[in-house]
Design a protein around this ligand. Structure first.
Ligand code: PLP
Length: 391
């Protein structure tokens, strides 16, 4: 190929088009005209980081010993606190020495995991719909991506048993995410146990994105894949501080589980980033220590909002998937409309910003996503606008 000045690598040029830009452009144009928009688009909590967590950062940041390069895999005190949290909240026992690593947010960890474990010739199994990082990072690593539809008749769980044998043979990694963004569904322990047995039989590692682990509307649905038999042999689980503790801007998470998977990730990361600011890790420990109370407060807020929005949908004749976890509601598009069309209509006719399901994969093109990151007042305001649409 001809050399060209300042040309990005193919892996960047080949990135799929940014599907949200059309909605973003419309949103910005309407805002510029002074439109009063209600934005249910962003998955960024509107509430504040708990005061005790902020206080801890303020206490730890001035200390000189915290201002040095941190440990690559996280400070021992942080890994121990993460291990203790996993034991308290999920009855999972981990060795904090080699089964836990701190992350600069789960997005960073997930993307680097692909780079640490995938290469050309490998297949990565990615649900459709899914958080876009799984597929994009797998492609960055040179792997082929095979999408697994999450079908309603299958409780939005992938049917790995119908994958062709040659796909299974080349599959190295399967990504799973429960509670699920964008569908709001949770996993079933029996199906997951069967999937673990299938993964072990076929030498496929499970990457379990548990970023919303604490945001579940029935306590029974709060669990870790690592509780299940065999998971410790093939699974790595990713936890985030972003959603449970309103800490999206802090960039903090951790990965835990199988030792080889954790160590492979750490080995790669050692050559890329230099860990998380120790003062932020101390603040994270405060959050983990108070997880019981903090998480239950958050879930109470989201439950109120979820129920209010569902009541609005019912009155407006909008169908939906009942969310059991995470803080999103997937609204069904009206007959004959795809997600981009419905999202554009909601914006233009009702001043309501949503995320088209197609942004997460074709499998969600019959849905638009409402994030519950707006106070009740905004949800009530949306009610009359949605009712006026006469859907
Ligand atoms: N995983 C899922 C499913 C998400 O929805 C998000 C953020 O939206 C992330 C991971 C990233 O979280 P973090 O802020 O920890 O990088």
């Amino acid at each position: 190929m001809e050399k060209k000045l300042n040309r990005p690598a193919d892996r960047v040029l080949n990135l799929p088009p940014y599907i949200f830009s059309e909605i973003d452009n419309k949103k910005n144009a309407l805002r510029a005209q002074g439109a009063d928009l209600i934005d249910f688009g962003v998955g960024d909590p509107d509430m504040e980081t708990p005061a005790a967590v902020v206080k801890e950062l303020l206490e730890q940041a001035p200390k000189n010993e915290n201002q040095k390069y941190p440990a690559y895999n996280g400070a021992a005190f942080f890994r121990e606190a993460a291990g203790d949290y996993m034991r308290r909240r999920f009855s999972v026992t981990l060795n904090p020495e080699n089964q836990v690593t701190a992350l600069l947010g789960t997005k960073e960890g997930l993307a680097h995991f692909s780079w640490a474990f995938l290469q050309p010739g490998d297949i990565a199994l990615v649900p459709d719909p899914a958080f876009p990082v799984y597929a994009n990072s797998a492609r960055f690593a040179g792997a082929e991506v095979v999408r697994m539809p999450l079908l309603e008749e299958n409780s939005f769980f992938p049917d790995v048993y119908s994958l062709p044998e040659e796909v299974v043979k080349k599959s190295k990694v399967i990504f799973l995410n429960y509670p699920n963004n964008p569908m709001g569904t949770v996993a079933d322990r029996d199906r997951l146990s069967a999937l673990i047995r299938w993964a072990l039989k076929n030498s496929i590692s499970i990457v379990y994105d548990a970023a919303y682990a604490e945001i579940v509307y029935d306590p029974e649905d709060r669990f870790s894949i690592l509780e299940l038999e065999g998971a410790n042999d093939c699974a790595i689980e990713f936890h985030s501080f972003s959603k449970t503790f309103n800490m999206t801007g802090w960039r903090l998470g951790f990965a835990c589980g199988n030792r080889d998977l954790v160590n492979g990730l750490v080995k790669l990361k050692t050559n890329i980033d230099s860990g998380v600011f120790d003062a932020i890790q101390y603040a994270g420990v405060k959050a983990l220590e108070n997880a019981e109370r903090l998480a239950s407060d958050q879930v109470a807020f989201y439950r109120q909002r979820r129920d209010a929005l569902l009541a609005v949908f019912q009155r407006a004749g909008i169908g939906y998937v009942l969310p059991r976890g995470a803080f999103y509601v997937m609204a069904r598009t009206p007959e004959g409309m795809n997600s981009m069309e419905f999202s554009a209509m909601l914006l233009e006719k009702a001043g309501i910003v949503t995320t088209p399901g197609a942004g997460f994969g074709e499998g969600a093109d019959k849905f638009v996503r409402f994030a519950l990151t707006k106070p009740l007042g905004e949800i009530r305001k949306a009610a009359s606008r949605l009712a006026a649409l006469n859907l």
